[in-house]
Write a new protein. Sequence first.
Length: 134
Amino acid sequence: TAAKERNLEKENPHEWDLEDPAVTSCLYHAMEVAVQKSDPHDLIAMLAGQGEDPEIMDAVTEWVDNLLQSQKEPRQRLAIQILRRIDVEITWWSLIPLLDSPEIGADVVELFRERSGKDFGPDPEAWRQYWQEF
């Protein structure tokens, strides 16, 4: 594609430019497909091939945060899948209310265990204290 060709011409081909409509379109298309399929595989593969461009990661972080705030279990589950595979800068304590969810609470506990190395089970107060101190 034209965006890929422009990236090849750059000193660092993994540097994306969100000002480039083709890049923005590609990123948002991958996000849309992830929501439709409830599967972040293609998005994660795309991001892995591009390094950790701060501008791209900021866009992904905002999108993941929106998924978590959506109140729709499939979108929240998708966000958790992404957080398990990509180092997204989020405020971890914002996930604490999801611990009470019968649908995804166990997934949040597992994510917290993976990211922290700690195991407080589904105890929201223990996790709140940990993430505030972290």
